[in-house]
Design a protein around this ligand. Sequence first.
Ligand code: FES
Length: 194
Amino acid sequence: MAPKEPQTQAPSAPAPGKTGAGAAAAKPQPEGRGKTRREFNWLALAWTAFTAASVAGLTATMRFMFPNVLFEPPTLFKAGYPDSYKPGEVDERFKEKYGVWIIRGEDNIMYALIAICTHLGCPPNWLAAEQKFKCPCHGSGYYKSGINFEGPTPRPLERARITLGEDGQIIVDKSRKFQWEKGEWTDPDSFLKL
Ligand code: FES
């Protein structure tokens, strides 16, 4: 009896689109592929954490180098020439920026009133029709001179130092204040006689 011929033919490939154990056997996963993906994830996580820590550190450094500073307008400023003010009027051109009204009286005496209510510190408004300063917070009222006459405020508005510079311009200095109740409105620096 003749010996049986050994089978040398390779197993046939699965048909296209065919799945199952045969297909899996045909496409083996590369060794270590899952491990590489896990390493990549850890690396990305580490970089993210490192970047976040770096940004936080940089922010803290910047805050240290540039601390919160309140930039307030200077207390001393030039207010133009006296001729630019009309007699008898309250001039509001410096109220918003410097918190000061400048008044040129009919008698040509000028003074600078600080626009802070002496009750609790709100900024009053000038009501030209009523010729008075009126505080919107609790209703205190002041005459054009700054003297209080209504509402809860206990005292007049304060005046700021007002002088003439060498160039003929008015200089207002809010760091020097004058209070009526202390008799300081007679100080020659509290008004300007033209
Ligand atoms: S703060 Fe002006 S009336 Fe109270």
